[in-house]
Design a protein around this ligand. Structure first.
Ligand code: BG6
Length: 472
């Protein structure tokens, strides 16, 4: 399918691409960097986070490719343990220097840096010290890290994302670490961690909005539209409940600063005894994000679920990786396959119209400017005889999603940027280098480092010409 209708997007539209620190930087323990929980969580069957794509050493070459691609913006994350190897305490100057150099290189090349402050990589030292996100102490430490970074780079960075995919960390608990000695259920621990994360986010938003009023800051959240499996009222109700737990719960915390009534009731019914202070709620109310990052990959179909079903949410695939499955929440909802949609080889449902449905719904409820901070399709790829990759399936996927985005802008939604996942091949969180997302192929496999050379895929040229024609 040919992408045609780019007209409603403004000349300032942020044509971008995204990555995250632990997935592309490598240099896991170099120049003073400390370990993060994600370094430990990545399945050892995959390439580990030691080298990944070696972006730490090759950032200049990578920024040159971004420039050639025509990017106006680049979304990346700053690794907390690179700045504070122990999570708190002494700053690692070499860590700051790396990001200063990267940011300067981007700005020099006319590329707007969009910075994520937390992308799954809590310093391991804080996990060891006080169980990380399970402790109230993390709020102050995250704030201190974020304040350090914002103050340091506020001259060049004006767009900030606090926390990446809080909703998915909640849904896929392998992105967090739980205390084996904690007598509370995993779910109760998750609600507690989620609360501290929300307050930590709010504290950073409040600071940034007060100190840097011209800056934009908000969460980057993984979202999906929810479809009822049928017009049976039971299915429609279950779909509403599912959307409340998976989307509006988080969105209300961020944008209204409050717990949704039905989620609060659920927490009480479960007998969870959460540490939530009046002052937390006051802070959440006063912090007002003025930007929303949305990561969109797929839609979700839902039906009613009897109390008698067995609860389940994560499965282990044949490579030993933990994957999301069709979640069953007895008495609330059950997620099932949508027979109307094609899927990726990993079973992710492909639904461009879902992006328009999602954007229109979210913007109607929470009207702040939106940047699509992730959207893309993973595939198993290797170089062909011409040293490129014919990833026409990716071009089709991105074209159709951009078309939906454009129509959503026509519907009145304020989408100001689009950052496909990912700029270059990187370590997929669930599947290593077996699942590639980039416009740029990186010559390595999970087991062999090879020469890590960069090669432009067919989609690189497609995106380049799209950006050129949209901005001329
Ligand atoms: C998002 C994350 O959930 O999805 C990324 O923010 C991740 O870090 C991306 O890589 C794709 O998921 P996966 O598991 O296919 O790499």
């Amino acid at each position: 399918m040919q992408y045609q209708s780019i007209s409603p997007l403004s000349k300032q539209f942020l044509w971008g691409a995204a990555t995250a620190a632990y997935q592309c930087e490598g240099a896991k323990l170099e120049d003073g960097k400390g370990l993060s929980i994600v370094d430990l969580n990545i399945n050892p069957k995959f390439a580990d986070t030691s080298v990944t794509t070696d972006h730490y050493h090759r950032y200049k070459e990578d920024v040159a490719l971004m420039k050639e691609l025509g990017l106006k913006a680049y979304r990346f994350s700053i690794a907390w343990p690179r700045i504070f190897p122990n999570g708190d305490g002494i700053i690692n100057q070499k860590g700051l220097d790396f990001y200063r150099n990267l940011i300067d290189e981007l700005v020099k090349n006319g590329i707007e840096p969009l910075v994520t402050l937390y992308h799954f990589d809590l310093p391991k030292a804080l996990q060891d010290k006080y169980q990380g996100w399970s402790s109230r102490q993390v709020i102050d430490d995250f704030f201190h890290f974020s304040k350090t970074v914002i103050d340091e780079f506020s001259d060049s960075v004006t767009h900030w994302f606090t926390i990446n995919e809080q909703s998915n960390m909640f849904a896929l608990p392998y992105l967090l670490v739980f205390d084996e000695n904690d007598t509370r259920s995993i779910e109760e621990q998750k609600y507690q961690m989620n609360h501290y994360m929300t307050v930590a986010h709010a504290k950073v938003v409040e600071y940034c909005r007060t100190q840097y009023p011209s800056h934009k800051i908000g969460p980057a959240i993984g979202l999906s539209p929810y479809y009822a499996a049928s017009a049976l009222p039971e299915d429609v109700l279950a779909t509403q409940v599912c959307a409340d737990f998976k989307t509006y719960f988080f969105m209300d915390l961020y944008f209204k600063g409050e717990y949704k009534a039905n989620i609060w009731k659920y927490i009480l019914e479960q007998g969870y005894n959460l540490d939530i202070l009046e002052e937390d709620l006051a802070l959440m109310k006063s912090a007002k994000p003025n930007l929303l990052g949305i990561n969109y990959y797929q839609s979700t179909m839902v039906r009613a679920c009897p109390e008698t079903e067995v609860a389940q949410d994560v499965a282990i695939d044949e490579n030993g990786a933990k994957q999301a499955i069709f979640e069953t929440a007895p008495g609330r909802y059950q997620v099932i396959q949508n027979p109307n949609l094609n899927t990726t080889p990993w079973g992710w449902e492909i639904d461009p119209i879902g992006l328009r449905i999602l954007l229109n719904d979210i913007y109607a409820r929470y009207p702040v400017p939106i940047i699509i901070t992730e959207n893309g399709i993973g595939g198993q790829e290797s170089l062909d005889e011409n040293n490129t990759v014919d990833d026409s399936y990716r071009i089709e996927y991105l074209s159709e999603h951009l078309d939906a985005l454009t129509q959503s802008v026509n519907d009145g939604v304020d989408v100001v940027g689009y950052c496909p996942w990912s700029f270059m091949d990187l370590l997929s969180t669930s599947s290593g280098f077996n699942k590639r997302y980039g416009f740029v192929y990186v010559n390595r496999t999970d087991k062999e480092l090879l020469d890590l050379a960069r090669y432009k895929k067919k989609s690189f040229y497609w995106y380049q010409s799209l950006i050129q024609s949209a901005t001329k």
